[in-house]
Design a protein around this ligand. Sequence first.
Ligand code: SF4
Ligand code: SF4
Ligand code: SF4
Length: 258
Amino acid sequence: MSYAILTDLTRCIGCQACALACKEINELPKEDGALKLSATTWTMVEKRHDVFIRHQCFHCLEPTCVSVCPVTALEKTQEGPVIYHEDRCIGCRYCIMACPFEIPKYEWDSVLPRVQKCIMCYQKRVSLGEQPACTSVCPTGATVFGQRDQLIAQAQQRLQNHPNRYVNHIYGVHEAGGTSVLYLSDIPFDQLGFKHARSDEAYPKLTWNILSQIPSVAGVGGVMMFGLWWIINRRITLEQEQKKNNSKSPDSNQKKTP
Ligand code: SF4
Ligand code: SF4
Ligand code: SF4
């Protein structure tokens, strides 16, 4: 069963409850007024042309981030969410370069950085049969969770019932090969800054000539990156050990004695 999120921009009042709920469930710092997605902001709401637009990972049906990862650190689950295995990640950042929507972010400030993005509350909610935190708190039903085919049917019904209210398009049915985050709007999507609004092919297919080279490059590059990561990690661990030993040694104690 494949799940999705449908966000109807005509119903969004910009209350930010979805963004706050995301921070809470994922234990992310709550800096005020985040204006773009970051390693600590996995969903946010911006205002363009008087429309509030909720941004998050699109959870593509054929995710480029997954296809370029040399160590399967990103995974498209059967239920729909694209999730991240931080224990497998070697920090090559191919996913960040490959994502057509510029979604994944890197923890540049961290000693052991991870890639960060919305994971559709997979472990804490969706895999347990519950809806994500963000959709559960929306006061207007602007963002809702459900089975993808049912949400598409629901969106089609809204377009049929209110032809003057919406542009006749459900964003995400075909874009980038289809996504698990869908949108309705009363303003054309390209005017709202939505990317690749006219591309119906999955990005791994569109860029296959380039991306098909990546596994071999990534194979070599991945090994190199893993080597680098191992060396750096080892060095950090050794430095920490050294500091510990120094603080325990009689010499260091003597120095502290006046
Ligand atoms: S939007 Fe980007 S990060 Fe999200 S699933 Fe698609 S390719 Fe991956
Ligand atoms: S699905 Fe979960 S992780 Fe994704 S934006 Fe919503 S609350 Fe955040
Ligand atoms: S909680 Fe709903 S109404 Fe509020 S900003 Fe998010 S999508 Fe819009």
